[in-house]
Design a protein around this ligand. Sequence first.
Ligand code: SF4
Length: 298
Amino acid sequence: MNPAIPVIEIDHSSGFCSGVNRAIKIAEDRLLRGDSIYCLGNLVHNEKELERLNRLGMHFIRHGEIKSDMKTVFIRAHGEPPETYRILKNNNTSVVDATCPVVLRLQHKVKESSRQFREKGSGMVIISGKPGHPEITGLLGHTEGNAMLISKIEETGLIDYNQPLHVYAQTTAGEEEYDAICRRILENSLQQTGRDDLVTIHNSICRQMSQRAPRLREFAKKHDVIIFVTGSESSNGRYLSGIAREINSKTYVVGSPSELDNWFAGARSIGISGATSTPRWLMEEVADRIKAIVQNNL
Ligand code: SF4
């Protein structure tokens, strides 16, 4: 008797978040009009999607590469610091701004906290996030330097607690890690000042992100093998694939269908999931390739 063909399911809550989807839609609309667009940084942390956009006519540049003959520069969902807008204005470059509305709101909040502290002459904005991440560069820029970046719990010891603190997280931060950092900041503040009213915690993790980890845990439990599709530079991909692996040791990370191997012997169900930067079409290509591999094994 032939072994049964395994069920293959793509995780419907994985893939592009609304902010990235919106940015890609804006880019595609402009590219279809035949505009030549220069995107500041990589629009998504996914090499395959970047190749597709490049074929449509999008060029990817670094900040130091802005030139006066670049008519249109595209700002991706992560957002930019005010300095970037100043440079583009001085350059007479028109801007297509695809900053995610959730990131925009956070930029306004950190800017407002920073303005209040500057006016009062006391207080500091604390941002929990990944050094060098473009969203963090943007957020720090909007505080005009009146902020401290915390990337790990040990760094909470460096904060000056004798002042009001407004604490925010990068929208894509891991919820458990941010909770632990906030708890430590509250403990340190109480210990060092005897007060519990100096610290204000803002829950600024994007809801689309905070729901992903619990949903992925359920998805990883349901399947015998998990294929997690992500670009090599995606920190969100590393974080989520780690969560899947904690639940299901048969979790394999691939960037494209060609990286799949013969991992499916005996599997009755195979789940495919991806990072916020993983396009749906790529997960579908991975599903097709898995089907071909398992058919070959029958
Ligand atoms: S994760 Fe959330 S905040 Fe970040 S780009 Fe996506 S929708 Fe926007």
